[in-house]
Structure formats: C-alpha cells, structure tokens
Design a protein around this ligand. Structure first.
Ligand code: ATP
Ligand code: MG
Length: 453
C-alpha cells in the first residue's frame, strides 16, 4: 500500500496547540474580565456574511476589499458570501438588524477568527484572531478615552510594558476632501519618489499612501500636507477633549499626523497601540470612530467607535515575557492495575470530580496499560498533586494508596486510605495540607466545589 499523502493546514492558517492554549486562555480571560468591568456585553456574529456587507462597509478601494477577502458563491443558491475579514461590519449589521440601540447606546465586545488573503509572514496570517469592542450610540470624546483606557488596563494586567499609544484625528468627510486635493497635488509634485503601489493609490486612496512602509518614501511623506491642519472647529474640539481626558488620567500618547486607518468608514479619532518588539507588524490594536457608517447602512444616524486587537501578536508579546510554567493537567492521576482495580478507579475518579477536582484516569494505549512504574511516570508528567493507586493488594484491603507527587523527592508521602475516605482525604490535603477542613468560602458545604491550592 502506498503511503497516503500528508494533509497539512491551509497556508497562513495556524493551529493553537495545547502548549499555547493556556496563554490564549489567559489573554481571553483577562480581556473579558476587563471589558465586563467597563460594562461591555458580548456579541457573537456569524463567520460568513453577504459579500456586499463588507464591500459597502469597508470600502471598495481598501486593501481588504480589493484583494484580501475570501469570497465564494453558495453552491446551493448562488449567494455571494465572504469569510469575515474583520468584526465591525458584522456587529453594525447585527445592531441594525435587531435594533439593539432602540433603548439607548450599547457597549459591545466580540472575539473570533478573521480571514484575509494576505502574504503570510510573522504577525500576518490568513486566519487570525481578533478581540474587539464597539461602543454604539456615543458621540463624545469620553467614550473614545474609555476605550483607550481599558486597553491600557489590559496591557498592565498582562504585564506588557513596551506598548505605546499613537493618536490622530482624520476629521470629517469635508475636511478630508480639502486635504485630499492638496495631498494629491503634493504627491504629483513628488511623483519620482512614489512606488508602484502609491501611484496606483494616488487617485483612489491617497490618504493611505501616508501609511506606506517603504523607507524610500518616508522623507517625502513626512513633508506631505497634514490632515490635522485641515480640521474644523468641531473636529478639533473632539480631539482636544480626548487629549484632556487622557492627560488627566496619565495616559501617555504621541500625536501621529500620518496615522490613518485602512478601512474607509473611520472619522475623527483614530488610534493604534504599537510595539517595537514584533518587527514590521508592530500594531497590536487599532481603533477609531466611524460615525457615518450606521447611516450609510440605512440606519438612523448613530455615532460609534471601536477597536480591534490582533491576538496572535499579543500572544507573541506575552511569550516574550519569559518562561511560563507548564500548567498541570489535573489534580489527581488515577493509577490502576487489573480489571477490578480499573472498575474501582472509574468510581473513585467520578467521585473526585463530583468534589470539583480535575482527574485524569490512566487509559490503555496500543502498547497496553503499562506497568505501575510507567503509569507513575505518566502521573508525574501530568503535574498532578496526587496519584491514587489501586492494585490487587489495594482491592483486597479496600484501600487506595494515595501518593503526594509534589513534595521533595524522598519526602513524598504515601498513605493507605479506605476507598470511602479517598475523596475527603484528597480534598483535605489539597485545601489545608491535612487536618481540619478550613475552607475560605463561607458558603462551602464541605467539599462540594472546586478546591485548588
Ligand atoms: P495593516 O496595515 O498591518 O495591514 P490593518 O489596517 O489591515 O493593518 P486592522 O484591519 O485595523 O489592520 O486590524 C486590527 C488589528 O488586527 C491589527 O492591528 C493587527 O493587530 C491585527 N491584524 C490585522 N490583519 C492581520 C493579519 N493578517 N494577521 C494577524 N493579525 C492581523
Ligand atoms: Mg491589512
């Protein structure tokens, strides 16, 4: 028989393996706790939407819509569908579809995979995960500041230090229009310096040229007309209001007049959290205001602002913080030898889980069930605090051997505990190191919930 061809993951789409999963969980738990502490509610939207949703929301001349979307025809009915490249369009669709803002503004958050057909490289993938927030129905700089400050709290809680905030205002459509005319004229005067992509964007999306990563264009771009100088009174007041709140709350930022967003729907406030530790893909969070979007979608004019974080990039930063200890798989590892012992091990394992403990029961592999010695090695590798051991002798005496796995070698205690007392014994050992059951939870009815050391 010829060996079957190996199937691998789609290029640019990554597995998150068990070794990394705890880091992802830590990020998600921390972020969700913080979002909740600011009054944000979770929203989940489908991964697939009508292509027209993204084409209309994001804008026809953006990177995403021009070349990055995974679009396909539904073979059942010919619908044009797209794997979502970002979260805001879907959230706005859901807000309108379900009239979520009928009783006032909403603070929302989401997480999940996004899909863009990009050239895979460090920090840039074809499936990547975003964590985002959208505040819909708020118009002032106060909510912009709140979103920025909850990001700061997240970086602090995760222990990320070398992250800085860049801020800009891209004004409103009129202001951008006036700036755009001058910008195109400026770029035309400097045509010799423009690369092919910039030339292509000159008349479609000249603002985006400011965002170029081409070193040869940096000096020219630095001298380009600044949108900040075109802002009217209201846009300026919004920016100054935001700066004032940030200043009073000791949030550091730099104004970056060249900061724009790749998506069409933004206005006024735009911001990015950036680090130098990830090479070229240094933006870990990007956000801004998109006041015109909901009306463009046929809803009642409703201002909104949000951000999206790239989780892979944040995980990479978290990994840079140093070795994290591999978490234990369980509290108790069940070791057993013989059919009767296995039956007893199943029963005890279920009762330990009833008491809230995490229990791994040794199971057979093609190599067999393994000797006591090899099973104890597995128990050790699992990181369990205790091994509960049952063999012929234990069955005869109706007692299990309970071995503490974490003490110094040689000091590891082993006790012989009647089957009926194993749960109490292990719970007591884990909670109080033996002796009285001294649970800190006053609602504790003995051992009916999870005890971790
Ligand atoms: P860029 O200019 O780097 O292409 P973008 O404007 O396309 O960025 P956004 O659409 O604002 O990025 O996405 C928000 C965040 O999501 C980014 O700051 C980044 O952290 C993350 N992100 C975007 N695209 C990818 C990708 N292909 N792979 C991994 N993370 C990504
Ligand atoms: Mg992009």
């Amino acid at each position: 028989m010829s060996k079957p061809e190996k199937i691998v993951a789609v290029k640019g789409m990554n597995d998150i393996l068990p070794a990394d999963a705890p880091m992802w969980e830590l990020f998600e738990n921390t972020a969700e706790t913080i979002l909740k502490s600011y009054g944000y509610q979770k929203i989940v939207t489908p991964i697939v939407e009508d292509t027209s949703l993204f084409a209309r929301a994001i804008g026809a001349v953006t990177d995403i819509v021009e070349k990055e979307m995974y679009s396909f025809e539904d073979s059942m009915n010919g619908d044009q569908l797209t794997l979502r490249p970002e979260g805001t369009a879907s959230v706005v669709r859901a807000v309108l579809e379900h009239n979520l803002v009928y009783d006032g503004p909403k603070r929302l958050w989401y997480k999940g995979p996004m899909f863009r057909h990009e050239r895979p490289q460090r920090g840039r993938y074809r499936q990547f995960f975003q964590f985002g927030a959208e505040a819909v129905g708020f118009s002032g700089p106060d909510i912009d500041a709140e979103l920025i400050m909850l990001c700061r709290r997240l970086w602090d809680d995760l222990g990320l230090q070398n992250v800085r905030l860049e801020l800009n205002s891209i004004g409103n459509a009129d202001e951008r229009q006036r700036h755009r005319a001058d910008l195109i004229a400026f770029f035309e005067q400097n045509e010799a310096v423009l690369d092919a992509e910039a030339k292509r964007r000159l008349h479609s999306n000249p603002l985006r040229i400011l965002d170029t990563k081409n070193p040869a264009m940096q000096e020219m771009v630095n001298g380009a007309p600044k949108l900040l100088d075109y802002l009217g009174e209201e846009s300026l007041a919004h920016l100054n209001g935001l700066k004032k709140i940030l200043d009073r709350n000791a949030v550091q930022y730099t104004i970056n007049p060249r900061l724009v967003r790749g998506l069409d729907y933004y206005n006024r406030t735009v911001f990015e959290w950036v680090t130098d530790e990830l090479g070229a893909q240094g933006t870990i969070c990007a956000g801004g205001r998109y006041d015109p979007l909901i009306e463009q979608f046929g809803g009642k004019a409703t201002p909104a602002v949000g951000f999206a974080m790239g989780i892979e990039r944040i995980i990479e930063l978290m990994k840079g913080l140093g070795e994290t200890q591999a978490p234990s798989q369980c509290d108790v590892y069940m070791v057993h030898q013989g059919e009767e012992a296995q039956a007893q091990a199943f029963i005890l394992a279920e009762r330990l889980r009833d008491a809230g403990l995490d229990v791994v029961l040794h199971c057979a592999t093609p190599a067999g069930s393994g000797s006591f010695k090899s099973q104890m090695k597995k128990a050790d590798g699992s990181g369990a605090a205790f091994a509960v051991i049952i063999g012929d002798d234990e069955m005869a005496g109706e007692k299990a051997a309970v071995k503490a796995m974490r003490g110094e070698a040689g000091e590891q205690q082993q006790a012989s505990v009647p089957f009926l007392e194993v749960v109490d014994y292990v719970v007591d050992q884990i909670v109080g190191g033996g002796g009285e059951h001294d649970c800190v939870d006053e609602n504790c009815n003995e051992h009916g919930h999870h005890h971790r050391p």
